[in-house]
Design a protein around this ligand. Structure first.
Ligand code: G3P
Length: 226
């Protein structure tokens, strides 16, 4: 499973990229608003993220109609070769995804909450589909179970007749809130987990690693002082 960072914060992206295991970034309008982003500064901000990351960077189209989404998608895709256009799972989004995919533009279909939605995203040519885990948990439903069903359904079929030629659709476990979510997403076969920076850090850290490291250091001091 690959790790994407779910943020629009350049400092977090730069730091996580320096750790050597980052495969991509996902952003959304809320994440961009959280860092105080402006409308005018958005294209340049996406360009800067794309330059920091060796991998796909999702930038969301906010239009409501297929024509608006297609227009925005083309503009976003022109910002950098590694831009992926994030499109909401809805009728207009599906129609726009088909047009963009036919032009070779990669789409990450977002706000996906069901197997039928995921299958329709795949059939419309989406390069990625993003089931949201934590938001199911927020309404006292099991987000991991939903993710598992979606991974199973997508894996059961061949979508090579649609989408970007030679590339298969990948499932991004999104709205990840904990390292436990990451473990579960990996074990059920999600291709990617997109995680906030604090969760990525928790994925690296373990108390037994810290304790073990402290013990090794202490013992090494005994060796060097002997
Ligand atoms: O990638 C989608 C993600 O940003 C949503 O996460 O925590 O707002 O549900 P959250």
């Amino acid at each position: 499973m690959k790790f994407f960072l779910d943020t629009a914060d350049l400092a977090e992206i730069e730091e996580a990229a320096s750790w050597g295991a980052l495969a991509g970034v996902t952003t959304n309008p809320s994440l961009y608003a959280r860092i105080g982003g402006t409308f005018a500064g958005f294209p340049d901000h996406i360009r800067r993220i794309c330059a920091l990351v060796d991998g796909p960077v999702s930038a969301e189209a906010v239009g409501s109609t297929r024509d608006e989404i297609v227009r925005e998608g083309r503009e976003l895709a022109a910002l950098a070769p590694n831009v992926v256009v994030k499109v909401p799972t809805m009728v207009e989004g599906l129609a726009a995804t088909r047009v963009l995919a036919n032009e070779g533009i990669r789409v990450n279909m977002t706000l996906c909450f069901s197997v039928p939605q995921a299958l329709l995203a795949a059939r419309s040519g989406a390069r990625y589909v993003s089931p949201f885990v934590g938001r199911f948990d927020d309404i006292s439903e099991d987000g991991i179970e939903q993710l598992s069903d979606i991974v199973e359904a997508i894996d059961a079929y061949d979508f090579s007749d649609v989408g970007v030629a030679g590339e298969r659709i990948e499932v991004i476990a999104a709205s990840i809130r904990s390292a436990q979510h990451v473990t579960q997403a990996a074990l059920l076969g999600a291709d990617i987990a997109t995680v906030p920076f604090n969760v990525l850090r928790k994925c690296v850290e373990h108390p037994l690693t810290s304790n073990g490291l402290a013990a090794f250091k202490k013992d090494w001091e005994k060796v060097t002082n002997a």
